[in-house]
Structure formats: C-alpha cells, structure tokens
Design a protein around this ligand. Sequence first.
Ligand SMILES: Nc1ncnc2c1ncn2[C@@H]1O[C@H](COP(=O)(O)OP(=O)(O)OC[C@H]2O[C@@H]([n+]3cccc(C(=O)O)c3)[C@H](O)[C@@H]2O)[C@@H](O)[C@H]1O
Ligand SMILES: Nc1ncnc2c1ncn2[C@@H]1O[C@H](COP(=O)(O)OP(=O)(O)OP(=O)(O)O)[C@@H](O)[C@H]1O
Ligand SMILES: NC(=O)CC[C@H](N)C(=O)O
Length: 632
Amino acid sequence: MYGYYRVAAAVNTTTVANPAKNAEEILALVKESETKEVSVVVFPELTLTGYTASDLFLNQTLLTAQNDALENILNHTEKINTIIVLGIALLEADRLYNCAVILQRGKILGVVPKSYLPNKKEFYEKRQFVTGRDIVRTTTELLGKEVPFGVDLLFSDGADMTFGVEICEDLWAVTPPSNHMASNGANLLLNLSASNELIGKHEYREELVRTQSARCMAAYVYTSSGVGESTTDTVYGGHAIISEYGTTLVQNQRFRMDSHLITADVDLEKLRWLRINESSYSDGRRKKTRTVKIENLPKISEIQREITPAPFVPSVYTDKQQRCDEIVHIQAYGLIKRMQHTNIQKAVIGISGGLDSTLALLSTWRAFEIMGWDSRNIIAVTMPGFGTTSRTKKNAVTLCKALGTTLKEVDITDISLKEFEAIGHDKDEHSVTYENVQARARTSILMNMANKEGGLVIGTGDLSEIALGWSTYNGDHMSMYALNSGIPKTLIKYVIEYFKSNEKIASVIDDILATPISPELLPHNHDKITQETEEIVGPYELHDFFLYHFIKYGAKPRKIQYLALLAFGDKYDKVTVTKWLKLFLKRFFTQQFKRSCMPDGPKVGTISLSPRADWKMPSDAEMNVWLKELEA
Ligand SMILES: Nc1ncnc2c1ncn2[C@@H]1O[C@H](COP(=O)(O)OP(=O)(O)OC[C@H]2O[C@@H]([n+]3cccc(C(=O)O)c3)[C@H](O)[C@@H]2O)[C@@H](O)[C@H]1O
Ligand SMILES: Nc1ncnc2c1ncn2[C@@H]1O[C@H](COP(=O)(O)OP(=O)(O)OP(=O)(O)O)[C@@H](O)[C@H]1O
Ligand SMILES: NC(=O)CC[C@H](N)C(=O)O
C-alpha cells in the first residue's frame, strides 16, 4: 500500500538438533505473519537445526532430519503468500554451506549462502562450513528440485520491493554483501543471525543494523537466535531489529523464552525515491546479480506506523536546547560571514511583532552576541500601516528594546496613500494591490535605510512562505540575506520558544507565539487582526507536512493525502486535507517565479528551496498531472 510493506523478524524457541520441533515453532510464527499481512518473515541463522549444533552438522542424520522438516514446512505453507526466510545447512558438491532458504507458497525460490564465516574465539564455523563466495554453480538441488543458488541472488516483486539476504557475520565484514545488493537495487536487506550476548554487544549490534540501513538507503530486518540456542560457553538472547534509512523502527525485548515476532511497515517506495536523489547511490559500483521474481505478495489493508504530523520539528526525545543552538548557529554564522565579507557592520530588520521577524531578530542578535558586536548596530524598524494592531506593535517594540537594538519607527500610511494616488488605486478597494503597495513600501524603506546606515537588510520570510509564495514579489520577498529561508513555520515556532530561556524576553515571546499569524495588510477592526493567514492559505502544519513529503520523498499527492490523514488523526477530515493539499500544489507550482530570484540564505535542514542548489524547477511547469492524480 503506497509503497509500504509489512516485514517481520521472528525469534523462535530453538531446540538444538531437533528440526521437527523447530519446524512446529516456525510454522506457528509463519501463520501469525500471514494473519498480520506480513510480506516477508525472517528467522534466525540455521533455524531448523539450531546454530550451535557444531560437529553434528557433519553427521548425515541431522541434515536428513533438517530436510524432512523443511519439506514439512513447504507442505504446510502451500497457500501462504508470506515469504519465509529460514536458515539451513546445505550440502552441495560435497561441501557444507550455511544458507538462507527463501520460500513462498510451498516452493523454494532460492538459496543464498553465507559469505563470511566467523572463525575466532567462540565461533569456529570453518570447521563445518565453507564460504558461499567461491561457488561456481548457479543452482543447487534441494528436496529433489533445481533451485537458484548464490550470493548474487535478489528477489523482486516488480513493484517497490527488492530484497537481498545476508547471514550474521556478513554484516560485520569490512564490505558486507548487502552493500552490493543495495547498489543493485535491493531496498530491503534481511539478516539471519546467531549472535551471542556479551555485555554491551546488543548496542553495537543495533548501531550496525541502523547504520547499514542508512549507508544502503534501505530497510534492514535482523533477527538472531533466541535463548534456546544457548549451550556450552555461549548465551543467546534473540535480538530482533528492524531499521529503515538510519532509524531503528522497532526492536524486541531480548531474553524472551517464547517464540515471537516483531513487525514494521517499511516505506520501500520512499527509499527508491531517496536513492534517485543521491548521486553517491547512483555512482555505486554494480555487480552482476540475478533476480528472482516474486508474485502474490500479501498487501496491507492499513498502514500501522506512526506518521509524525510535524516532520520538521524534532521529536520530544531530542535535546531541544542542543537542536535550537545548532539551528541558530547555522543562521548566525551564515550572517557573520556575509557581514564580515561585505565589511558591513549593521543589520536592518523590519519588526512586525509576528513570528518570522521575531526569529530573524533573535538570530541576528545572537550573531552580534557571538562576535561581541554592539547590539545597537541592529536597526530594528517598526512600520505601522493600516492593519497594524497595538498588540503586535507593542510586542515588536518591547522585544527590540529588551535586546538593546536601535529602534526606529516609520509609519507607512501616508506613503501608501500617496502610492495609491500615484497609480490611481482606490484606497477603499482592499485588493492585492492594496496589500502589496504596503509590503513594497516597507521593503523600499528598509533597503533605503540600509543604504543610509551602511547596513544589510535581513530577510524574514520562512521556508513555508517560500514554498507557498506567500510574500509580495520584490516586497518582503527581497532582502540582502534571507535568514529564515531554510526554516519552515512549524520549526520557527519551536526555535522562538527556546529563546524563552532569556528571562528578559520570555513574556513577550509568549505573547508573540499566542498572536494569530497575519500579514496585517488589511485594515484592523477596532484593533483586532482581521486577516488571519491560516484562514486564507490553510494551516501551516498541513503545508509543512505536504512540503516535507513532496520534496523529500517525491511522494505522490494521493500518498501525501493518505499519510496526512493518518498523521493528524481526527484533527482534519479528508475534505479539508484535500482542499489545502490542492492549494499547496497550486501555489507551489505557480509561485516558483518568486523562488527563482530569491536572495541567498542559510540552508538549515535537508529541505531547502534555493533555486541555486536544492530546488531547480521551471517557473512555467504545468501542475495538472499532480492535481489530476489527487482527483483520480
Ligand atoms: N510565473 C510568473 N512569472 C513572473 N511573474 C509572475 C508569474 N506569476 C505571476 N506573476 C506576476 O507576479 C504578480 C504576483 O505576485 P505578487 O505581486 O507578489 O502578488 P501576489 O502573490 O498575488 O500577492 C502577494 C500575496 O502575499 C501575501 N503576503 C504578502 C506579504 C507578506 C505576507 C506574509 O504573510 O508574510 C503575505 C499577500 O497577502 C498577498 O496575498 C502577478 O500579478 C504577476 O504580475
Ligand atoms: N508593521 C510592520 N513593521 C515592520 N516591519 C513589518 C511590519 N509588517 C511587516 N513587516 C515586515 O515584513 C515582513 C513580512 O511581514 P509578515 O507580517 O508577513 O511577517 P511576520 O509578521 O514577521 O511573520 P508572520 O508571517 O509569521 O506574521 C515581516 O517579517 C517584517 O520584516
Ligand atoms: N553467527 C555469526 O556469524 C556470529 C558472528 C557475529 N560477529 C556475532 O557475534 O554476532
């Protein structure tokens, strides 16, 4: 569904050297997987025999019992679409291989041998097994059938899923086989493991899985032998982990005595589109692989994954102080460099009492603080007009004073009235001309004041406004350095809040955060804001959500719509989400001309709309295919 697949890591209770009993546990977990709409379920290394069977692998009886158990599993899974990945010992050309066997609907789809056999300390696999890297045959005979065999096998459903399999130590190698599997298109990597517990080893293991999923731009399903595998000098804990592109989605509690599964819905479509954007992925060396076609994969009826409604805002587990310091430092040092380079000592900012100019001022102030520059060289200009309310003006003034900036006031009412007269515009016609005259008047004042003072005009527009084109062309759209251009509105709020640690400005910040977002370009009503941005363009939290999925993952509008409904729960219904998503798309396409000539500004997160680097889009592109897709 929308490129999501449910995958499972299974930990079965193991009885070493009793394949029939192990098969019973496996079958129970396979049935559970099928009920849970799992596409692929992965079991630990040498699942049927147990990993620690040791020299018993060199005895024919164990292998015969293993193959009987495998046959039993095939007979009981003829109607099961879930792909089952098990560990078996395979006898091929009088050598023994430690393998993964891939099964579906009672058939063997392929066999993948282990490449790197650990032969150190508590591991002595080379005593029984040989590496699969040297095989020359491309098939093997198993249960009387000729089946694909090799480390070069990938398995694909022809849609979004392509998987490759490696076995335990393979992941610990300098160059894991999953590297080339990923380079060849595998976006789901599976690992059957038998990894014993030593103090702290589970943390290293998780890190290995997580970073491999990041390096390979893939989902990684890892599972290791459970407690029942423990024998002689080693203890196993049954660690299962599912990661996706550098994030651990789920891991189990280790040392459980029962057979159990963990599942996660992985977005394999997203991973494919991320790769398209990554030149080092495109340049990755490819090796020859063979692809086994998979059919009839189970489909999930509903995605069971937490979708964050605020993808730009760090999670509650993130250290807010640290994250905000980082954001503000990126802004501040970008500005410092520009001021040093231009040998300009002053910054000029229009302060409205709204969110954006507040953050621009605070980050400029931080830059001056870092450099030990005098904050009086920040020229803060308040420019009341027809819509300015006493609340926003008072907040602007309070903030500027508390920060020790030089505060100037220029009323734009007369200038705007003169401009209306000059262009023949009726002052009572509150059209876009009425609004833009004011916005351009303010920019003109700021630019001219910067010339007079020898300063740089700091732009305040944020990433969400840039995405929507919610600014006046050559008005607030223009500046000498656009300090907030890399920060979306939902994150602007978060960063402003962190400045509350400065007691002098804590209460004014509270009121700025509580003020409705408004350009205050239309006349106020008895000192009340009449123009609320989010009533006109829609909620910024929705637009930021749309922007994130649209730009970062190249997601289709239908998928964005679905994910938004999941993320926001009951807050917005389908009609509302669709209305604002359509508006987002329309504005995003039609407003590219504003982005094409936007000023320099620091890139803060992975998403930026700078036309010089991150987002090159024609200003004249049609949007119909995107809109139609949503209507279909
Ligand atoms: N593809 C294209 N290539 C080149 N030029 C194009 C164009 N499409 C329109 N244009 C031209 O540009 C004009 C439209 O752009 P523009 O003049 O900016 O005007 P427009 O985008 O229509 O208006 C600005 C909007 O931004 C809002 N605003 C302004 C300032 C601050 C904030 C805020 O909340 O922060 C919001 C304001 O309320 C208003 O609705 C058209 O009239 C046309 O002349
Ligand atoms: N009354 C004002 N005095 C001084 N500058 C203003 C005033 N109104 C707008 N500006 C300038 O124009 C920019 C855009 O105006 P706008 O009101 O849309 O943004 P904002 O108030 O900073 O933040 P938000 O968009 O969140 O309301 C402001 O950031 C500010 O630099
Ligand atoms: N089974 C294996 O390949 C075990 C080796 C691996 N390095 C581990 O200890 O987890």
